[in-house]
Each structure stands twice: as structure tokens, then as C-alpha cells.
Design a binder for this molecule. Structure first.
Ligand SMILES: Nc1ncnc2c1ncn2[C@@H]1O[C@H](COP(=O)(O)OP(=O)(O)O)[C@@H](O)[C@H]1O
Ligand SMILES: [Mg+2]
Length: 333
């Protein structure tokens, strides 16, 4: 919906909003007034409040029936990971309008899943993809164009086209990461981006806000970042995938659980992600991984195995599950 369609927004206000990155009514409606005030350079909160309220009214969705929401969820698209077992665990694949979080220890396969998805998202919907482009935020410097090239070739895609369909954005600090996400709203309006990846979502926040005294500030900023990502996913009907490191669980606080470690980021990340998947290495083959739904708003508990191969992520045909899956966990990567 065009900005000029909002009551009280004339050409000059629309220009000002566009210059600040608010390219349509949906983006304005989904932004806190204070943020709009700062970005669009208003001196007072009043005008920003009016604009945001008018945008929300123009969209007319402040109160919406559960049935209408259900209809919106029916527009959700699913993207294959490359492994049908992992897709089944995820209820058909990584879903648009939501945040899917992959967590696990170092080497558990988080970045590999991101690379696989960056390619599979480009496949046509009839082949399990989203038929679109990908925005990849790399915060740890672990994106590998060679790996993406390899996965594209093995999936029968033209590697040059495929790599051109992945827009890479390297974030150097948490502020920079947030700034880049703001910019993504504009990019997603201009391009057919169907998947946004943040690998990893939290490492800068963890590295910069150290110690108890800065914990609440970190959580506040992380919370605002994840809400923004969630809005982006909803506005543009795209899938958001984040990764999150896990830390070893101190032995003293050990309580029986299938997860021998804890994702970082506390409740903020847990609440923001619609589906949290725990990854771990599995014996006996080192390329085999186990994925387990750790928490989800709509999926049952469950587990599956997949493999990391030249093609990205694949099924394990000859896998024999053991009785006690916990035994398969390795405490060190
Ligand atoms: N081309 C490949 N073929 C098979 N396995 C690979 C390939 N590239 C990387 N891997 C495996 O992926 C693992 C690293 O996973 P990664 O996703 O980087 O972990 P993290 O969870 O720390 O992000 C390593 O065990 C490595 O052997
Ligand atoms: Mg990684």
C-alpha cells in the first residue's frame, strides 16, 4: 500500500518517510513511533505517533478475527532444507512469516544448513523451494561462496545465477547488524527476497555486552532486533532463519534432558523463534547429524537424522536408530 494513501500523509511527508527507509504503509505500521521519530528526523514524538496510528488505521488490521489470521497463515510457504526427514520434522520445511532457529554446539551443522537453504530457497515451489532470492547476514565471517557454488551445482542450478541470487551482508557489530536489518526492509520491497538468514543472530550481542550489569541492555537490544526480523518475515511473507550458539551445561546444574548444552540468549531468543531446533553430531558416521525440535508453537516433539554432504543437507538412507538417542550426543565437537 502506498504511503500517500494514509490520511494526513502528503507528498512531502511521503518523501521524508521514503528517505528514512519507510517505503510502504506496512513498514510504517510495524514500526514503533519512537523509532520512526528518530529515523525520519522529527523533533517530537507527536507527529510520529500520528503517522504510525494513521498507517495502522489505513491497514485496518488492529483487530482481526482468528479466522482472518488463519487465512494469512494459509499463505505461508515452506522451503525444503534438502533433507526430507528434516523437512518432515519441521512440518514441511522452513516456513515463511516465522523465525526458525537452529541451535547447537560448534560444528553441529548450523552454518551448513544456512548454506543449503540459501540455495534450496531459490528452487521453484514445485521443487520444494520458495522461488526467490536470499538475503544472508553473516556475522561470524563463515559464509563460503565456494560451498554455495558447490551446493548450487549439485542441485542442478546455474552457479552464477544462484550466487547472484544470494545477497550477502557482513555485520561487524550488533549496531551494524541492526542497521543492516533496517535496510533490509527496503531491499525486500525492491527484490523478490523469500528467505533471510542471520548466521549467527546473537554472537555480536554476546561479545559486546559482557557481564551482569549489561545483561538487561543486551536483552533489550536483542529483543528489538528479533522483533524487527519477525516483522520483516510477516510483512514480506518470507522465511527467517537464525542460528544460535550453544554453551555447555555446567555439570553442577545438570538436570536430565536430551540437550547436553543450552542455547544462548535466554528467553528473548526462545520467545522470538517460532521453532527452535537443536542440532548435534551423531555416531557412528561423522557426517550424520540429529535434529530435534526443542520448542515450537505448532510442531510436536520429534527427532530426525540428516547428513552434511557436498549437496548441502541430505537424508540418511541406511540409518539405524539406537534405543537411547541421548547416548548419541557427543559432548565435544
Ligand atoms: N562440503 C562438505 N561436505 C561434507 N561436510 C562438510 C562440508 N563442508 C563442511 N562440512 C562439515 O560441516 C561441519 C561444520 O558445520 P557448521 O555448519 O560449520 O557448524 P556450526 O554449527 O558451528 O555452524 C564440519 O563437521 C564439516 O565437516
Ligand atoms: Mg557456524
Amino acid at each position: 500500500m502506498k504511503l500517500e494513501e494514509v490520511k494526513g500523509v502528503g507528498p512531502s511527508v511521503a518523501r521524508r518517510l521514503r528517505a528514512a527507509g519507510f517505503i510502504n504503509v506496512e513498514t510504517v505500521a510495524a514500526t514503533p513511533a519512537k523509532e520512526l521519530m528518530i529515523k525520519a528526523d522529527y523533533k517530537k514524538l507527536g507527529p510520529a505517533l500520528k503517522i504510525v496510528a494513521a498507517a495502522r488505521e489505513a491497514l485496518g488490521n488492529a483487530f482481526i478475527s482468528a479466522w482472518d489470521i488463519y487465512q494469512m497463515t494459509k499463505n505461508r510457504l515452506k522451503c525444503t532444507t534438502g533433507s526430507s526427514a528434516l523437512d518432515a520434522l519441521l512440518g514441511g520445511g522452513v516456513e515463511s512469516q516465522t523465525i526458525t532457529e537452529f541451535t547447537g554446539k560448534y560444528g553441529s551443522g548450523k552454518t551448513q544448513i544456512c548454506h543449503s537453504l540459501a540455495v534450496t530457497a531459490q528452487l521453484k515451489p514445485e521443487k520444494g523451494g520458495l522461488g526467490g532470492q536470499v538475503l544472508f547476514f553473516d556475522t561470524e565471517g563463515t559464509f563460503s561462496s565456494e560451498r554455495a557454488y558447490q551446493i548450487a551445482c549439485k542441485n542442478g542450478l546455474d552457479p552464477e545465477d544462484s550466487l547472484n541470487n544470494i545477497t550477502l551482508s557482513r555485520a561487524y557489530t550488533s549496531d551494524h547488524q541492526t542497521f543492516l536489518l533496517d535496510h533490509a526492509f527496503k531491499l525486500c520491497a525492491e527484490q523478490n527476497i523469500r528467505l533471510v538468514i542471520v548466521d549467527s543472530a546473537i554472537s555480536h550481542f554476546r561479545g559486546e555486552y559482557v557481564g551482569r550489569e549489561s545483561l538487561s541492555e543486551r536483552q533489550q537490544k536483542l529483543n528489538s532486533y528479533l522483533h524487527k526480523l519477525s516483522r520483516l518475515a510477516q510483512i514480506y511473507n518470507l522465511a527467517a532463519v537464525i542460528t544460535n550458539q550453544a554453551i555447555d551445561r555446567p555439570v553442577a546444574s545438570y538436570v536430565p534432558t536430551p540437550f547436553l548444552g543450552d542455547p544462548t540468549g535466554g528467553n528473548i531468543i526462545a520467545h522470538a523463534s517460532n521453532t527452535r531446533v537443536w542440532l548435534r553430531r551423531a555416531k557412528p558416521k561423522r557426517s550424520t547429524r540429529v535434529a530435534r525440535i526443542m520448542a515450537s508453537s505448532n510442531l510436536p516433539e520429534g527427532e530426525c537424522v540428516f547428513r552434511i554432504t557436498g549437496r548441502g543437507i541430505e537424508d540418511v538412507e541406511d540409518y539405524q536408530p539406537t534405543e537411547n538417542t541421548i547416548e548419541m550426543e557427543e559432548t565435544t565437537a
